[in-house]
Design a protein around this ligand. Sequence first.
Ligand SMILES: [Zn+2]
Length: 245
Amino acid sequence: MRLTILGNGGGISDGLPYNAFLVDDRLLGEVPPDIMSSLFRERIKLDGIRNIFISHFHADHCFGFPFLALRLFYNGAPGVIKTFGPLGLESRMLDLCALAFGNDHPLREWLGGVMEFIETGPDSEIDLGDGLSIKTIPMDHPVETLGFTLRRSQAPLFTYMPDTLWNENLLPFIQNGGRTILIDLNGEPGDTHKVHLSEADLIEMALPRCGDDVVFYGTHLKQHKKTGPGRIRYVKPGDHIEIPE
Ligand SMILES: [Zn+2]
């Protein structure tokens, strides 16, 4: 299994492409405002996308949905696309499309036939087909926010932890989340309003309490960060991470 990083920027960054990723060219994680630029820059075949995961309804995670939907509408989607997200997903995304292109645009009707919205809460298991499933994880963020562990036949492969503060409830999901963890590391030591995890939080709270083979990949950054030694690495657009199965 392969993880492709499409963007690594947080809501406020020094011009980084916004945080988004793709698993095996079929599961798109997040639809930030610049998602089309990121998908084309990384030469992604759009008709491979079968599932979309939106962690929460902050603009840097979902305001690109109308642009992706419009492109798929003009391209023609090869089948039903299942989009997962918190409660309210369907009305939020349809409202965004209406705001973007108008209520009468044929996109609206087309979406009804092609896009299946699956609204979910934390600790839910969702079947993606082909033996894959995701188990959702509650994050600690001002609006309801979901992460997930991707599993094949119940074996954890990869865990995504979007916007969150450190919270002890995250620990079991890290300990049982596979060896590859893509995680919000937007927090910096000097933050006046702490809303995001920092490298120091991970070093103190997570690293000593999880397996030596777990590697954390920091994303949702304010600026590019250089990876040092150890098990915390920072991603950049175009990175490919092999996920052992
Ligand atoms: Zn957020």
